[in-house]
Ligand binder design. Structure first.
Ligand code: 5AD
Ligand code: SF4
Length: 470
């Protein structure tokens, strides 16, 4: 059981006041760069890290080459993600040769694994410090130590993963977007799906207080944010003062036009109350990400998912029935240990039957320390063949499903005009749509961050095209 998950406010205050002291040491004109890998949780953490950097007096570096402080916020979900971060971290040596006073750090999920930490320190002696996922609020202390000449420092929790994890409230945030914002509502995961490293690197599930979450959402709405995503590894097991559906309802009850989304739901916990909240409230965006992982019951059981194919399909059908035109998306792992061809066929069949607007398909990647890594592994070629088959099916299904929008007028949150001269935006279903404006129309009405109506003209698998009605 987690005790005292909240970092004491005095500790946060100490870090914040250290930021002010560091301003004179760091000096004017210095810049920070954060390279973020992986999921939205990491993006949200990076926005807090950058908030602290700004408070320490750093500016935001547009390019890594211009930075005096570089942080790699890494992901450990699959080996591919780890290798990407490691290869990019190798580039720091060149930067450090050019700028001797450059400070470099690695954080995020890779930093929580001791075998990775050892490899990083051995292969990259120029890394000044490594810190774990529950040390974000300590960045000022860590930078201060690096400035005073300490090298190769490691800052991680020494608690076993059964107890580890904190919540740090009151940190400054520097958001990447002026109209799309993340709000973490909880951290960690207790599900221990047998393939997944998250419960080990992000610690035990813990929820922020509902009042803190709602205050953050309200501040975003007041600041003009239009698309706000509530984040958690499994939002349905949120345990604040309110249940998750109630929190969602309240987050969607402030004055103004905006969308609320959430990521991610575990199918075993997604309740009908949640679906009804979505059906009732137009501010809750009609998109549901519900990872299926496999469509075969033996594989689901080996994965420790705790639902059956039938239960999943029933839930998906219920969601589609209750929320008009809802976009359903999912994650599938191809080539889980011991998965047979017939079992994979059942996954393909389930994907075909449910009909996903978007499918994130992954080749299974053994993660050291997880139970699945110890099971009998499947040939890489078999895994990639399965991946290719599923992707082909999904391309066809997504295109078919998207036709339902042709002729409809959808509310679109504009991303403005991109460099290629085309206006793009996203619908509530989180679909990318490109659109034209009528001759002579005021382009300001379609500026990034504005809502406009767009009549859909055509639909491909992953994009829509339409004409703005302004
Ligand atoms: N190998 C492949 N995919 C994985 N995922 C999680 N762990 C692994 C792994 N070891 C996928 C799951 C999850 C998504 C975020 O990443 O599908 O839902
Ligand atoms: Fe990983 Fe399963 Fe937790 Fe998702 S629910 S983070 S897949 S352990």
């Amino acid at each position: 059981m987690l005790k005292n998950v909240f970092v004491p406010q005095e500790e946060i205050e100490k870090e914040l006041s250290l930021c002010h002291q560091l301003r004179s040491v760091i000096g004017g004109g210095k810049k920070a760069y954060i390279s973020t890998f992986g999921c939205q949780q990491n993006e949200a953490d990076s926005e807090r890290l950058m908030g602290l950097c700004l408070l320490m007096g750093y500016g935001v570096a547009e390019k890594i080459e211009d930075a005096d402080l570089v942080i790699f916020n890494t992901c450990a979900i699959r080996e591919h993600a780890e290798l990407k971060a490691l290869s990019k971290a190798g580039y720091i040596r060149k930067l450090k040769e050019k700028n001797r006073s450059l400070i470099t750090a690695v954080c995020g999920c890779m930093a929580e694994q001791s075998h990775r930490r050892e490899k990083i320190l051995a292969s990259y002696p120029y890394i000044d410090f490594i810190f774990g996922t529950d040390r974000v609020h300590r960045l000022p202390s860590m930078v201060a130590a690096a400035l005073s000449g300490k090298k190769q420092q490691i800052y991680v929790s020494n608690l076993p993963h059964s107890e580890f994890g904190v919540i740090a409230e009151g940190l400054p945030v520097r958001r990447e977007s002026g109209f799309r914002g993340w709000v973490s509502i909880m951290y960690g995961c207790n599900n221990f799906c047998s393939y997944c490293v998250v419960p080990y690197v992000r610690g035990r599930e813990r929820s922020r207080r509902s009042e803190d979450v709602l205050a953050e959402v309200k501040a975003l709405v007041d600041a003009g944010y239009k698309d706000i995503t509530l984040l958690g590894q499994n939002v349905n097991s949120y345990k604040g003062d309110y249940s998750f559906p109630e929190l969602l309802r309240r987050a969607a009850s402030f004055e103004g036009e905006y969308w609320i989304r959430f990521m991610t739901s575990h199918p075993k916990d997604a309740s009908s109350e949640l679906v009804e909240a979505m059906a009732e409230n137009p501010r809750i965006a009609p998109h549901f990400h519900l990872p299926m992982q496999s469509g075969d019951n033996r594989v689901l059981s080996l994965m420790n998912r705790r639902y059956t194919r039938e239960q999943y399909m029933e839930k998906a059908a219920y969601i589609k029935d209750r929320v008009k035109d809802i976009a359903l998306s999912s994650d599938i792992i191809c080539g889980f240990p011991t998965e047979t061809e017939a079992e994979f066929d059942r996954t393909v069949d389930a994907v075909d039957k449910v009909g996903f607007d978007m499918l994130f398909t992954f080749v299974y990647s053994p993660r050291p320390g997880t139970p699945a890594a110890e099971m009998e592994q499947i040939d890489h070629k078999v895994k990639t063949d399965r991946f290719a088959r599923l992707s082909a099916l999904e391309n066809r299904r997504a295109e078919e499903l998207n036709q339902r929008f042709v002729g409809q007028t959808l509310r679109v949150l504009s991303d403005g005009r991109s460099e290629d001269g085309i206006f793009r935006g996203r619908t509530g279903h989180n679909k990318i749509i490109s659109f034209t404006l009528p001759e002579g129309a005021d382009q300001g009405k379609a500026a990034a961050g504005s809502f406009i109506d767009v009549k859909v003209r055509s639909a491909a698998a992953y994009t829509l095209e339409g004409d703005a009605l302004i």
